[in-house]
Design a binder for this molecule. Structure first.
Ligand code: SER
Length: 315
């Protein structure tokens, strides 16, 4: 019997992952927690509690009391926000992970999932078809914390036999819960603005290509990885996983197919430098070979679903 704790269940990934996990394991076996309230379906479809992952005593009590066997730790300060509060972001991103890893070791959790990101790469990394194993010199606080986190996950696996699993998510695109403070978030905002105002001012330049993925693909990749038998997992730092790569201009053209009046303008800010330090596309052959991973949403299908769902939401 599995009891699963999701930390960060109110966020962009958590709010969808909780629902997917509850379908698989049953509502009462998936414990949603966050420092803020979650969407109604997350709070009503099973246990939900306000919990701060930085409070290690409360965390361990929660895990023991609810006989938790697996943890998905999703709470983090994203790239744009982290640049505004570097020390605090480092503290939150790192201490929360170490709390979870230590706790997992102490109570002998079966598995831990922790997300990494394309932000682990930097300007010295090959930007096209970025390999799984390559130069990693991230220049953002967020990227540094993700790179260090990957090393810690690998370390706990090798040193203590803890079953750690991770994915380097590209920019995630979803309609349920908006992301906050990321560099790839323009690709979410643009859909809301397109539906609401038929125009969008983009904080990245028109030709800035970044790796992206529709949330449904990301959730599938995550659950597929977590369902694999441990011996099938050859990478304990984090797997490269790829979906689609596009620029703001290409995305705007795709949106125009549905909303011909849509206009995009460009006013790059500090996030341009972050985007310029990240890959344009990702080689995920390890994940494809190891896990049988395959993305399903291309640019056109994703755009169609995003516009339809956001249209319904705002109606
Ligand atoms: N989407 C994240 C961000 O932009 C990267 O993992 O911060």
């Amino acid at each position: 019997m599995e009891n699963i704790l999701v930390i960060g269940s109110s966020g962009q990934i958590g709010s969808e992952l909780v629902i997917a996990l509850r379908k698989l394991y049953g509502g009462e076996h998936v414990f949603a927690t966050d420092i803020k309230s979650a969407p109604a379906d997350v709070m009503e479809g099973g246990p939900f509690q306000i919990l701060d992952v930085l409070d290690e005593k409360q965390l361990i009590h929660f895990v023991i009391r609810n006989r938790i066997t697996q943890v998905y730790h999703l709470a983090a300060v994203l790239s744009g926000n982290a640049e505004k509060i570097p020390q605090q972001a480092w503290d939150i991103n790192m201490r929360s992970l170490l709390n979870v890893l230590d706790l997992a070791r102490e109570v002998k959790l079966k598995k831990v999932f922790w997300p990494s990101s394309i932000a682990v790469f930097g300007p010295t990394t090959p930007r096209v078809n970025t390999p799984q194993f390559t130069v990693m010199e991230p220049t953002t606080v967020y990227g540094i914390s993700k790179m260090a986190g990957e090393r810690w996950c690998d370390y706990y696996f090798k040193k203590f036999g803890l079953d750690t699993r991770s994915i380097r998510y590209p920019g995630l695109i979803s309609y349920k819960t908006e992301a906050g403070g990321g560099t790839t978030d323009y690709a979410v905002e643009i859909f809301y603005e397109a539906v609401k105002h038929k125009k969008y001012e983009c904080f990245l330049q028109e030709d800035t290509i970044l790796p992206m993925m529709f949330m449904e693909d990301a959730i599938n990749a995550t659950i597929e990885l977590m369902e694999l038998p441990s011996e099938k997992i050859s990478i304990r730092s984090s797997y490269n996983v790829a979906g689609i790569s596009f620029s703001p201009k290409e995305l705007a053209l795709e949106i125009k197919k549905h909303i011909p009046e849509f206009e995009i303008t460009y006013k790059p800010d500090f996030r341009q430098a972050i985007a310029d330090s990240w890959p344009q596309s990702i080689d995920d052959s390890y994940a494809r070979a190891n896990n049988g991973w395959k993305h399903r949403f291309d640019l056109s299908r994703m755009t169609q679903v995003m516009l339809t769902e956001i249209g319904k939401k705002l109606a």
